[in-house]
Design a protein around this ligand. Sequence first.
Ligand code: ADP
Ligand code: 5GP
Length: 227
Amino acid sequence: MADDPSSSDMDTNTRDLSRRGLLFVLSSPSGAGKSTLARMLLDADEEIAMSVSVTTRAQRPGEVHGKDYYFVSGEEFEEMVADQSFLEYATVFGNRYATPAAPVAQSLEAGQDILFDIDWQGTQQLYQRAGQDVVRVFILPPSLVELRNRLESRNTDAAEIIESRMQRATSEISHWDGYDYVLVNDDLDACFAKVKQILATERMRRARQTGLISFVRDLMAEESFSG
Ligand code: ADP
Ligand code: 5GP
């Protein structure tokens, strides 16, 4: 395809430019659709992988240790806090959750993006620790009536859990202004397109394109060489 001008060498070059990874946070009140959007993104994009958190909560049927979470005891969790193994940690619904620091540092260097499904407390800490690398996206439901519908139709929670998620929803929504982007997840495909658009744009930020210096240096050398 080299002599097909529409195949654009420019695309190939820019794709090859090395870049630093980014930390992509999706947060929402429970039921607004962040897990659905996260799954779609992981399926569609090889350059992003899910961060696997550590938690003290009980393993649910079907969950895999090391894939969904690292399940640890309360004592193990506290030891890891003392060892500064975490980038951030929080208590959610009475359980402890944390992001292990080491895999994040490795991925950033390797130009691999990491997707986070963490709450607003974790997002704030992550931003304090790694602000330049973090892109924060908050997902809102179109209405609270629709949020309840989604929680009910998901069919994963007992009635009292749905009530507690609904009660927590307004306090979670009140943190919308701690995010870089806010999307209303009304039509799923339209919302997903916006999520992809944000990611694509953020990847193009100059500061993340670590390969630019040598690329531009070579470009300029080419110019002076050809006179
Ligand atoms: P969260 O991870 O935020 O708790 P989920 O991704 O589990 O939410 O979504 C809750 C339910 O709503 C799921 O059954 C999902 O299929 C559904 N859902 C997600 N987004 C939409 C949408 N835009 N329109 C209708 N249903 C949706
Ligand atoms: P669940 O127990 O249903 O998997 O997750 C409950 C909540 O914990 C979700 O709101 C999720 O965003 C949050 N959570 C999961 N992992 C982490 C983490 O590593 N850090 C923080 N701060 N929150 C997390």
